[in-house]
Write a protein that binds this ligand. Structure first.
Ligand SMILES: NC(=O)c1ccc[n+]([C@@H]2O[C@H](COP(=O)([O-])OP(=O)(O)OC[C@H]3O[C@@H](n4cnc5c(N)ncnc54)[C@H](OP(=O)(O)O)[C@@H]3O)[C@@H](O)[C@H]2O)c1
Length: 300
Protein backbone atom coordinates (compact mmCIF):
# COMPACT_ATOMS: atom_id res chain seq x y z
CA UNK A 1 0.00 0.00 0.00
CA UNK A 2 1.28 3.51 -0.83
CA UNK A 3 0.58 5.85 2.08
CA UNK A 4 1.03 9.62 2.23
CA UNK A 5 1.35 10.76 5.86
CA UNK A 6 0.91 14.47 6.61
CA UNK A 7 1.82 16.01 9.97
CA UNK A 8 4.61 13.52 10.68
CA UNK A 9 6.10 15.56 13.54
CA UNK A 10 2.95 15.99 15.67
CA UNK A 11 2.08 13.71 18.58
CA UNK A 12 -0.05 11.38 16.46
CA UNK A 13 2.01 11.85 13.30
CA UNK A 14 5.17 10.73 15.05
CA UNK A 15 3.53 7.52 16.29
CA UNK A 16 1.99 6.96 12.85
CA UNK A 17 5.45 6.89 11.28
CA UNK A 18 6.09 3.78 13.38
CA UNK A 19 2.62 2.20 13.12
CA UNK A 20 2.20 2.64 9.35
CA UNK A 21 5.67 1.42 8.38
CA UNK A 22 4.72 -2.31 8.17
CA UNK A 23 1.78 -1.54 5.84
CA UNK A 24 3.80 -0.51 2.81
CA UNK A 25 5.58 2.45 1.25
CA UNK A 26 5.11 5.52 3.45
CA UNK A 27 5.94 9.08 2.36
CA UNK A 28 5.94 11.04 5.63
CA UNK A 29 5.82 14.84 5.35
CA UNK A 30 5.83 17.59 7.96
CA UNK A 31 4.89 21.27 8.12
CA UNK A 32 8.32 22.27 6.82
CA UNK A 33 8.49 19.71 3.99
CA UNK A 34 8.69 21.75 0.78
CA UNK A 35 9.44 21.52 -2.93
CA UNK A 36 8.70 18.17 -4.62
CA UNK A 37 7.24 16.79 -1.41
CA UNK A 38 5.17 19.58 0.09
CA UNK A 39 3.65 18.95 3.55
CA UNK A 40 2.31 22.45 4.27
CA UNK A 41 -1.47 22.31 4.39
CA UNK A 42 -1.76 25.98 3.48
CA UNK A 43 0.14 25.44 0.22
CA UNK A 44 -2.73 24.12 -1.89
CA UNK A 45 -0.75 24.03 -5.12
CA UNK A 46 2.20 22.23 -3.54
CA UNK A 47 -0.07 19.75 -1.78
CA UNK A 48 -1.99 18.92 -4.96
CA UNK A 49 1.28 18.49 -6.87
CA UNK A 50 2.65 16.15 -4.18
CA UNK A 51 -0.47 13.97 -4.15
CA UNK A 52 -0.49 13.80 -7.94
CA UNK A 53 3.17 12.82 -8.11
CA UNK A 54 3.16 10.23 -5.29
CA UNK A 55 -0.32 8.95 -6.19
CA UNK A 56 -1.07 7.39 -2.78
CA UNK A 57 -3.72 4.74 -2.14
CA UNK A 58 -4.11 6.10 1.40
CA UNK A 59 -3.71 9.67 2.68
CA UNK A 60 -3.39 10.01 6.46
CA UNK A 61 -3.77 13.59 7.66
CA UNK A 62 -2.38 14.01 11.18
CA UNK A 63 -1.58 17.71 10.59
CA UNK A 64 -3.86 20.29 12.17
CA UNK A 65 -4.01 23.73 13.70
CA UNK A 66 -4.26 22.61 17.35
CA UNK A 67 -3.58 25.83 19.33
CA UNK A 68 -7.09 25.97 20.79
CA UNK A 69 -6.80 29.38 22.49
CA UNK A 70 -4.82 31.06 19.70
CA UNK A 71 -7.51 29.95 17.25
CA UNK A 72 -9.86 32.53 18.78
CA UNK A 73 -7.67 35.29 17.31
CA UNK A 74 -6.33 33.31 14.30
CA UNK A 75 -9.66 32.10 12.96
CA UNK A 76 -8.63 32.48 9.33
CA UNK A 77 -5.57 30.23 9.72
CA UNK A 78 -7.45 27.66 11.85
CA UNK A 79 -10.09 27.28 9.12
CA UNK A 80 -7.48 27.23 6.36
CA UNK A 81 -5.65 24.29 7.97
CA UNK A 82 -8.49 22.40 9.66
CA UNK A 83 -11.31 22.92 7.17
CA UNK A 84 -10.11 24.08 3.73
CA UNK A 85 -7.08 21.76 3.59
CA UNK A 86 -9.28 18.84 4.71
CA UNK A 87 -11.67 19.66 1.84
CA UNK A 88 -8.77 19.74 -0.64
CA UNK A 89 -7.39 16.41 0.60
CA UNK A 90 -10.88 14.90 0.28
CA UNK A 91 -11.11 16.10 -3.32
CA UNK A 92 -7.64 14.76 -4.14
CA UNK A 93 -8.53 11.42 -2.50
CA UNK A 94 -11.86 11.18 -4.37
CA UNK A 95 -10.15 11.83 -7.73
CA UNK A 96 -8.01 8.68 -7.37
CA UNK A 97 -10.35 6.63 -5.12
CA UNK A 98 -7.78 6.83 -2.31
CA UNK A 99 -8.76 6.33 1.33
CA UNK A 100 -8.50 9.52 3.43
CA UNK A 101 -7.86 9.09 7.15
CA UNK A 102 -8.44 12.22 9.21
CA UNK A 103 -8.66 13.15 12.91
CA UNK A 104 -11.21 15.28 14.68
CA UNK A 105 -12.12 16.14 18.22
CA UNK A 106 -14.60 15.93 21.09
CA UNK A 107 -14.65 19.77 20.82
CA UNK A 108 -17.25 19.44 18.02
CA UNK A 109 -19.76 18.80 20.86
CA UNK A 110 -21.13 21.41 23.23
CA UNK A 111 -20.10 19.50 26.36
CA UNK A 112 -23.57 19.25 27.87
CA UNK A 113 -24.82 16.27 29.89
CA UNK A 114 -22.86 13.39 31.41
CA UNK A 115 -23.22 10.64 28.80
CA UNK A 116 -20.37 9.70 26.46
CA UNK A 117 -21.05 11.22 23.02
CA UNK A 118 -22.05 8.92 20.17
CA UNK A 119 -21.13 9.58 16.52
CA UNK A 120 -24.77 10.36 15.74
CA UNK A 121 -25.26 12.94 18.52
CA UNK A 122 -25.91 16.55 17.51
CA UNK A 123 -22.78 18.69 17.28
CA UNK A 124 -22.42 22.22 18.69
CA UNK A 125 -18.82 23.40 18.98
CA UNK A 126 -18.18 26.11 21.56
CA UNK A 127 -14.98 27.59 20.15
CA UNK A 128 -13.26 28.49 16.86
CA UNK A 129 -11.04 25.39 16.91
CA UNK A 130 -14.09 23.13 17.32
CA UNK A 131 -15.95 24.90 14.50
CA UNK A 132 -12.95 24.63 12.17
CA UNK A 133 -12.56 20.91 12.92
CA UNK A 134 -16.28 20.34 12.37
CA UNK A 135 -16.18 22.07 9.00
CA UNK A 136 -13.25 19.79 8.05
CA UNK A 137 -15.28 16.69 8.99
CA UNK A 138 -18.27 17.88 7.01
CA UNK A 139 -16.20 18.68 3.91
CA UNK A 140 -14.77 15.15 3.94
CA UNK A 141 -18.18 13.54 4.50
CA UNK A 142 -19.81 15.40 1.61
CA UNK A 143 -16.89 14.92 -0.80
CA UNK A 144 -17.80 11.33 -1.62
CA UNK A 145 -14.25 10.11 -0.93
CA UNK A 146 -13.61 6.90 0.97
CA UNK A 147 -12.77 8.12 4.44
CA UNK A 148 -12.18 7.34 8.08
CA UNK A 149 -12.58 10.20 10.54
CA UNK A 150 -11.46 9.47 14.09
CA UNK A 151 -12.75 11.87 16.72
CA UNK A 152 -10.45 11.62 19.69
CA UNK A 153 -9.69 13.50 22.93
CA UNK A 154 -7.07 14.66 25.44
CA UNK A 155 -4.06 13.33 23.46
CA UNK A 156 -0.72 12.76 25.16
CA UNK A 157 2.58 11.26 24.05
CA UNK A 158 6.18 11.14 25.19
CA UNK A 159 6.95 13.57 22.36
CA UNK A 160 5.20 16.93 21.96
CA UNK A 161 3.41 19.30 24.32
CA UNK A 162 0.59 17.85 26.40
CA UNK A 163 -1.06 17.84 29.83
CA UNK A 164 0.94 14.89 31.24
CA UNK A 165 4.21 16.68 30.57
CA UNK A 166 2.89 20.02 31.84
CA UNK A 167 1.88 18.42 35.16
CA UNK A 168 5.35 16.91 35.58
CA UNK A 169 7.00 20.25 34.86
CA UNK A 170 4.75 22.22 37.21
CA UNK A 171 5.14 19.67 40.02
CA UNK A 172 8.92 19.95 39.74
CA UNK A 173 8.70 23.76 40.10
CA UNK A 174 5.88 24.33 42.63
CA UNK A 175 4.70 23.05 46.02
CA UNK A 176 1.00 23.04 45.12
CA UNK A 177 -0.97 22.77 41.87
CA UNK A 178 -4.55 23.73 41.05
CA UNK A 179 -6.38 21.60 38.49
CA UNK A 180 -9.83 21.78 36.92
CA UNK A 181 -12.22 19.15 38.25
CA UNK A 182 -15.44 19.91 36.35
CA UNK A 183 -14.28 18.87 32.85
CA UNK A 184 -14.57 15.13 32.22
CA UNK A 185 -12.89 13.19 29.42
CA UNK A 186 -10.49 10.42 28.51
CA UNK A 187 -6.72 10.83 28.11
CA UNK A 188 -5.81 8.99 24.90
CA UNK A 189 -2.29 8.01 23.88
CA UNK A 190 -1.01 9.00 20.43
CA UNK A 191 0.35 5.43 20.21
CA UNK A 192 -3.14 3.94 20.68
CA UNK A 193 -4.53 6.28 18.01
CA UNK A 194 -1.75 5.36 15.58
CA UNK A 195 -2.05 1.62 16.16
CA UNK A 196 -5.84 1.73 15.79
CA UNK A 197 -5.42 3.71 12.56
CA UNK A 198 -3.07 1.08 11.14
CA UNK A 199 -5.45 -1.75 12.03
CA UNK A 200 -8.38 0.07 10.42
CA UNK A 201 -6.39 0.86 7.25
CA UNK A 202 -5.52 -2.84 6.95
CA UNK A 203 -9.24 -3.57 6.75
CA UNK A 204 -10.07 -0.81 4.26
CA UNK A 205 -7.08 -0.51 1.96
CA UNK A 206 -8.46 -3.16 -0.38
CA UNK A 207 -10.79 -0.52 -1.81
CA UNK A 208 -13.92 -1.46 0.10
CA UNK A 209 -16.40 1.20 1.17
CA UNK A 210 -17.65 -0.96 4.02
CA UNK A 211 -16.65 0.51 7.38
CA UNK A 212 -15.91 3.98 5.97
CA UNK A 213 -17.24 6.79 8.16
CA UNK A 214 -16.77 8.55 11.46
CA UNK A 215 -15.64 6.85 14.68
CA UNK A 216 -14.99 7.89 18.25
CA UNK A 217 -11.52 6.75 19.32
CA UNK A 218 -10.52 7.05 22.98
CA UNK A 219 -9.08 4.87 25.71
CA UNK A 220 -11.47 3.22 28.18
CA UNK A 221 -12.69 4.90 31.38
CA UNK A 222 -13.01 8.58 32.20
CA UNK A 223 -11.47 11.15 34.50
CA UNK A 224 -11.16 14.89 35.22
CA UNK A 225 -8.02 17.01 34.74
CA UNK A 226 -7.73 17.00 38.56
CA UNK A 227 -7.80 13.21 38.92
CA UNK A 228 -5.61 12.81 35.83
CA UNK A 229 -2.98 15.13 37.39
CA UNK A 230 -3.12 13.21 40.67
CA UNK A 231 -2.65 9.92 38.83
CA UNK A 232 0.36 11.32 36.94
CA UNK A 233 1.97 12.52 40.17
CA UNK A 234 1.32 9.27 42.08
CA UNK A 235 2.93 7.29 39.27
CA UNK A 236 5.80 9.73 38.83
CA UNK A 237 6.55 9.51 42.55
CA UNK A 238 6.48 5.72 42.41
CA UNK A 239 8.97 5.91 39.54
CA UNK A 240 11.26 8.05 41.69
CA UNK A 241 10.78 11.44 39.99
CA UNK A 242 12.01 14.35 42.15
CA UNK A 243 8.84 16.41 42.65
CA UNK A 244 8.05 19.38 44.88
CA UNK A 245 4.28 18.78 44.64
CA UNK A 246 2.86 15.33 45.40
CA UNK A 247 -0.58 14.11 44.36
CA UNK A 248 -1.86 15.30 47.76
CA UNK A 249 -0.83 18.87 46.94
CA UNK A 250 -3.23 19.19 44.00
CA UNK A 251 -6.24 21.45 44.63
CA UNK A 252 -9.46 20.96 42.64
CA UNK A 253 -10.95 24.11 41.07
CA UNK A 254 -13.84 24.78 38.65
CA UNK A 255 -13.19 25.84 35.03
CA UNK A 256 -14.19 29.38 36.00
CA UNK A 257 -10.94 29.63 38.02
CA UNK A 258 -8.92 29.40 34.76
CA UNK A 259 -10.49 31.81 32.27
CA UNK A 260 -9.02 31.01 28.84
CA UNK A 261 -9.62 32.55 25.41
CA UNK A 262 -11.49 29.44 24.19
CA UNK A 263 -14.36 27.89 26.16
CA UNK A 264 -13.86 24.15 26.79
CA UNK A 265 -16.69 21.59 26.85
CA UNK A 266 -17.41 20.14 30.32
CA UNK A 267 -18.35 16.71 28.97
CA UNK A 268 -15.70 15.36 26.58
CA UNK A 269 -16.54 11.67 27.10
CA UNK A 270 -16.67 9.68 23.84
CA UNK A 271 -18.62 6.46 23.35
CA UNK A 272 -16.32 4.11 21.40
CA UNK A 273 -18.66 1.13 20.90
CA UNK A 274 -18.97 1.71 17.11
CA UNK A 275 -15.19 1.55 16.71
CA UNK A 276 -14.85 -1.50 18.96
CA UNK A 277 -17.67 -3.43 17.29
CA UNK A 278 -16.73 -2.54 13.70
CA UNK A 279 -13.04 -3.32 13.96
CA UNK A 280 -13.26 -5.92 16.74
CA UNK A 281 -10.98 -3.93 19.04
CA UNK A 282 -10.53 -3.55 22.79
CA UNK A 283 -9.71 -0.09 24.11
CA UNK A 284 -7.34 -0.33 27.11
CA UNK A 285 -7.96 1.69 30.30
CA UNK A 286 -6.49 5.21 30.00
CA UNK A 287 -4.21 4.68 33.00
CA UNK A 288 -2.26 1.92 31.21
CA UNK A 289 -1.11 4.21 28.39
CA UNK A 290 -0.34 7.14 30.71
CA UNK A 291 1.80 4.88 32.91
CA UNK A 292 3.77 3.63 29.91
CA UNK A 293 4.46 7.15 28.68
CA UNK A 294 5.48 8.27 32.17
CA UNK A 295 7.97 5.41 32.35
CA UNK A 296 9.31 6.46 28.95
CA UNK A 297 9.58 10.15 29.88
CA UNK A 298 11.12 9.57 33.30
CA UNK A 299 13.66 7.01 32.17
CA UNK A 300 15.29 9.54 29.82
N1 LIG B 1 -4.06 17.25 21.07
C1 LIG B 1 -5.27 16.89 21.49
O1 LIG B 1 -5.54 16.79 22.70
C2 LIG B 1 -6.34 16.54 20.48
C3 LIG B 1 -7.63 16.19 20.95
C4 LIG B 1 -8.59 15.79 20.03
C5 LIG B 1 -8.30 15.77 18.68
N2 LIG B 1 -7.07 16.14 18.23
C6 LIG B 1 -6.80 16.06 16.79
O2 LIG B 1 -5.91 14.98 16.58
C7 LIG B 1 -5.03 15.26 15.49
C8 LIG B 1 -3.58 15.10 15.94
O3 LIG B 1 -3.34 15.98 17.03
P1 LIG B 1 -1.90 16.08 17.72
O4 LIG B 1 -2.10 16.20 19.18
O5 LIG B 1 -0.98 15.03 17.18
O6 LIG B 1 -1.45 17.51 17.17
P2 LIG B 1 -0.03 18.23 17.29
O7 LIG B 1 0.90 17.45 18.15
O8 LIG B 1 -0.31 19.67 17.60
O9 LIG B 1 0.51 18.11 15.80
C9 LIG B 1 -0.07 18.81 14.74
C10 LIG B 1 0.97 18.90 13.65
O10 LIG B 1 0.38 19.61 12.57
C11 LIG B 1 1.36 20.51 12.09
N3 LIG B 1 0.80 21.64 11.37
C12 LIG B 1 0.21 22.76 11.85
N4 LIG B 1 -0.12 23.58 10.83
C13 LIG B 1 0.26 22.95 9.69
C14 LIG B 1 0.21 23.28 8.32
N5 LIG B 1 -0.28 24.44 7.88
N6 LIG B 1 0.70 22.39 7.42
C15 LIG B 1 1.25 21.24 7.83
N7 LIG B 1 1.34 20.86 9.12
C16 LIG B 1 0.84 21.72 10.04
C17 LIG B 1 2.11 20.95 13.32
O11 LIG B 1 3.36 21.50 12.93
P3 LIG B 1 3.94 22.81 13.69
O12 LIG B 1 4.17 22.36 15.10
O13 LIG B 1 5.16 23.11 12.90
O14 LIG B 1 2.87 23.85 13.58
C18 LIG B 1 2.23 19.64 14.08
O15 LIG B 1 3.37 18.91 13.67
C19 LIG B 1 -5.42 16.66 15.00
O16 LIG B 1 -6.32 16.54 13.94
C20 LIG B 1 -6.12 17.28 16.20
O17 LIG B 1 -7.05 18.28 15.80
C21 LIG B 1 -6.10 16.53 19.10
Amino acid sequence: VKILLLGKDGQVGWELQRALAPLGEVLALGHASAGEDCGDLTDTVGLARTVKRFNPEVIVNAAAYTAVDNAESEERLAFEVNAEAAALLARLAAERDALLVHYSTDYVFDGSGQAPWRETDPVGPRNVYGRSKLQGEQAIQTSGCRHLIFRTSWIYAARGANFTKTVLRLAAERDTLTMIDDQKGVPTGADLIADTTALAIRQLASGSRAHCGIYHLAAAGETSWYDYARHVLRQAQALGAPLKATDLAVQPVPSSAFPLAAVRPLNSRLNTSKLRDTFDLVMPPWQAGVDRVLTEILSK
